[in-house]
Design a binder for this molecule. Sequence first.
Ligand SMILES: [Zn+2]
Length: 248
Amino acid sequence: MSVDSGLPAFRGSDGLWTALLPEGMSEREVGSLTQGDCFVIRPEQAWTFYGHALDACRHATPHDGYRLIRAWAADKRHGAFAYTSNVDGQFQTAGFPDDRVVECHGTIHSLQCTVPCTQSLWHTGRVSREAGDALPACIHCGALARPNFLMFSDVDWVPVRTATQQANLRKWRADIERPVVLEIGAGLAVPSIRLFAETFGAPLIRINLEDERVDRVTDVGIRGTALAVLREIDAALTAGARLVETIS
Ligand SMILES: [Zn+2]
């Protein structure tokens, strides 16, 4: 979903690791920056790398697909709820209310303590990584701060924000009689989103560029990129609505 807003995908030859590589850092070095202890072991490199990513996320403009989904949801009694493993905050930037988003892997826009001395989080504010800047510090104890997203083997990730979002989702789901899941570009390597979509207990529309297969008769798979397929669906909905108007 974020790729069409110009943000790099997590993996692949033009993925995050290559596209956001700061000057002077080789791709081989970056692998260790996916591990939960990277901010403790290599604070300078970790902050240089993720500072770049933070800047890219701050400046990205959500593509039109977000608006289309919001428009479809606008005349539904319960609207839409976004469940994303993206940490870039694009759903909120696109106008999804905070209490209608689950970011299951956290967010790059909040900071937490690396110790962590507290479970509390705070907004990144104007944190940036220009050469010579001091590394961001915990506002409570002064230890190094880090973004509140989940990395691999990340025992120190503070999950409170995501837990609150999950509770919002459970409350919302309790009232819905006929939900539908629109799964967009969910990968198989870290299948959090696929698992969520398949176990939500609703018909599933799977949009995927590589593997759009679905197993249940209730589900539909569409091959393509997010924005292109969302536009096609929107055109079909508009044509369908016109047809209904004509018939009635
Ligand atoms: Zn602290």
